[in-house]
Design a protein around this ligand. Structure first.
Ligand code: CA
Length: 709
């Protein structure tokens, strides 16, 4: 055990701090946080994943004096940073974009060691069309565990950074990447897969923390029945599918939420949407497509199925049930219940009995137009007629990025409030023959064809740099209602941390790192990070001094953050780890300002062929958008190609794709594209650059110009 204090002792201390046994029963859930050590040893801080810290040295009274203690630039990380740092006995461990780890002295920011798994070089082609991000690390018994994008779990000695073992946990031939944070489960390390949108079949893998051997595996959707089922749960699930679903992967990727219930010996997995979005190829009316868009409970020792709750049966809106799962004990209708909480992408906040998976309540925490309510008797949504779209276009809320996505929700078990980073927007979804043809043609290959069209529209467009206006919401899960809401001037903001100092911290897309009062939502303090923040903050103490740390690094893979994304944070601007304390006086070195205008490059002598441009538009949308941005408007995750010299030079452009010249920087190799296809993409980029140069529009306008309505 790496914990300096036993669970029992920590619980007994917590006991003394709280007046009255009934208060304790209501407020202290299964596991104690690292309250007495001041450490942050797990992704969600404690076993319940509350991200509620009992630290209060930094509080609502003195937060105005909070200042930067130190900052470091992560030199090899030009793109998105989503990670939750860990802090253990004075050392901060942070992850980069695709599996790298950096260790720093938590007081001074001095670099101690770093580890680069060279994830891009390890797989220059296979995982290229998928998401590029990494949400965190696990710690167990003196070791740090990272999962690389290309599917390696690596155990490192926490002190030296030396590799102890490496295990390939992604199954060759099953389409997937890894973006999630592994979790330590009492001697095993568990990790899911990402890639429902890329012909993937989801599964979780538990690995022995000591040896690196795979202990068990659980698939979240069934495979081809003719090959036999891995376990009885797969056989049961297969009855809820139709057609040859396995040809398209099936989806159900458990790409984020994994919560370990030590008390009940269960682990809860949140699963992604059924893949593809078009349900014609996977469901007849009445098919639920288990265990997609569900929360599944597994036996922690064996990985055997225990129960499931499906939030969105036969999902066609990309309503993954992958948002963080938080454990709590709540008094509901006079009885104390062991529950789990999830602010689901589909707009409902679920309170589920974690003993048996029974739904206790579900309330809409954001605008919802696909279902009128969740029937508590059956646990099923009452769908609003017309929200499915087999024949015609529909506009649906929440959007495919959800009313709340992977950005961490925090929960205070003492006050009973959950702090949700809410995303406001709708999705315009439509059947498409063209998209369906593409899907059928590419079945089983790593393409993002969904067989339908979907376009995200932010709720409002008067915000900064073209984004919409999101909200931070304090939610009471028992009453199923908001206690306060704060509108924000920008879209797709970071996760939350709450503390006993009556504070909630959240970073935003526009670079502001903000502290609010936890009880009322009053804004007390902010810091301009000069870089968009998506990652959630943590807090810890070293030598009786409390610190707050957060990663600043905006960008994002398709569907994860780029949707409304242009915040003016371009690829290559400094990405940093920021650490704050009361009285901190450090300054950010040479803070950059957001890029609000990009000057596209053009070669006026270049003649563009309309047919090739059109073909290039399709290909660009399929394979380039996620990193280089919609309509060739940079989203911070890769260079803006309108202003790139390499993308203007036809030969250099071809070489980058064919020969993989920029693989070490994360630009994949596309050696299977024909010269004609490359010429098409090239000409499409040139036509977009020329258009924007002529019109003088900035990035945000260009993104909006592609909206069909
Ligand atoms: Ca999804």
């Amino acid at each position: 055990m790496g914990m300096p204090m036993s669970r029992e002792r920590a619980v007994s201390r917590a006991f003394r701090k709280i007046v009255g046994v009934s208060a304790l029963l209501l407020t202290v859930a299964g596991r104690a946080a690292d309250a007495d050590t001041g450490n942050w040893t797990r992704y969600g801080l404690d076993g319940d994943e509350t991200r509620h810290s009992p630290l209060s040295q930094i509080n609502a009274q003195n937060v105005s004096q909070l200042g930067l203690a130190w900052s470091v630039e992560l030199q090899n990380e030009p793109g998105v940073l989503e990670g939750t740092p860990l802090e253990i006995d004075g050392v901060l461990y942070v992850n980069g974009g695709v599996g790298a780890i950096y260790a720093f002295d938590a007081v001074t920011g001095r670099a101690l060691w770093s580890y680069d798994p060279h994830a891009h070089e390890a797989n220059p082609r296979g995982t290229r069309r998928m998401y590029s991000s990494d949400r965190g690390l696990a710690y167990w018994n003196g070791r740090i565990y990272t999962c690389t994008k290309d599917g390696r779990m690596v155990a490192l000695d926490a002190k030296s950074g030396q590799v102890v073992w490496t295990t390939q946990f992604l199954i060759p031939g099953v389409s997937a990447v890894s973006t999630g944070a592994p979790r330590a489960l009492d001697g095993t390390i568990i990790i899911g897969t990402s890639g429902s949108e890329f012909a993937g079949r989801g599964y979780v893998t538990a690995v022995d923390a000591e040896t690196g051997k795979v202990v068990w595996r659980f698939y979240t959707v069934p495979g081809n029945p003719s090959k036999g089922f891995e376990d009885p749960a797969q056989e049961m699930a297969a009855k809820t599918w139709s057609g040859e679903w396995w040809k398209y992967g099936g989806g159900g990727a458990p790409w984020n939420a994994i919560t370990y219930d030590e008390e009940l010996g269960q682990v809860y997995i949140g699963t992604g949407n059924a893949g593809p979005w078009a349900d014609k190829v996977r469901a007849h009316p009445g098919d639920d497509n288990l265990f997609s868009a569900s929360i599944v409970a597994l036996d922690v020792k064996t990985g055997k199925y225990l129960w499931h709750y499906q939030a969105t049966p036969d999902d066609v809106w990309d309503y993954d049930a992958t948002a963080d799962i938080v454990l709590a004990n709540l008094k509901i209708d006079g009885a104390l219940r062991k529950v789990l909480l999830q602010a689901n992408k589909n707009g409902f906040f679920y309170v589920i009995d974690r003993v048996n998976g029974k739904l206790l309540s579900a309330g809409p925490y954001a605008p919802v137009t696909w279902a009128s309510k969740i029937d508590l008797k059956t646990g099923r949504p009452i769908e609003i007629p017309g929200s499915r779209y087999p024949d015609k276009r529909t506009t649906i809320a929440p959007s495919m990025v959800g009313a709340h996505d992977w950005q961490a929700m925090s929960y205070n078990p003492k006050t009973g409030l959950a702090y949700i980073p809410v995303i406001r927007g709708v999705e315009v979804m439509a059947p498409s023959k063209e998209a369906m043809d593409l899907l059928k043609r590419n079945a089983g290959r790593i393409f993002s064809d969904q067989g339908v069209d979907g376009v995200f529209r932010p709720e409002k467009r008067d915000g900064a740099q073209g984004g919409g206006r999101d909200e931070l919401v304090a939610w009471d899960p028992v009453a199923q209602k908001a206690v306060w809401r704060t509108r924000q001037p920008c879209q797709f903001n970071g996760g939350t941390l709450n503390t006993d100092g009556n504070l909630v911290f959240q970073g935003r897309t526009d670079g502001q790192f903000v502290a609010y009062t936890a009880d009322k939502g009053d804004r007390l303090w902010s810091f301009n990070a000069h870089m968009g923040i998506l990652a959630p903050p943590i807090t810890y103490t070293v030598q009786d001094q409390q610190y707050i740390s957060v990663l600043a690094g905006y960008g994002g893979g398709a569907g994860e953050s780029a949707v409304s994304g242009y915040g003016g944070w371009s690829w290559g601007m400094p990405r940093r780890l920021l650490t704050f304390r009361i009285g901190g006086t450090a300054q950010l070195p040479s803070p950059p300002e957001p890029v609000t205008h990009v000057t596209p490059l053009d070669d006026p002598s270049l003649r563009l062929n309309a047919k090739r441009v059109a073909a290039g538009n399709n290909l660009y949308g399929e394979i380039c958008t996620g990193c280089h941005g919609e309509a060739v408007v940079g989203n911070g995750n890769a260079p803006d190609l309108r202003a790139s010299g390499t993308a203007l030079d036809r030969d250099a452009f071809r070489k980058v794709l064919k020969e993989g010249l920029f693989v070490p920087f994360g630009m994949p190799k596309f050696d299977d594209l024909s010269d004609g296809e490359i010429a098409g993409i090239y000409e499409f980029i040139r036509s977009r650059a020329r258009e924007d140069l002529k019109s003088g529009r900035d990035g945000a306008d260009a993104v909006m110009a592609t909206d069909p309505q």
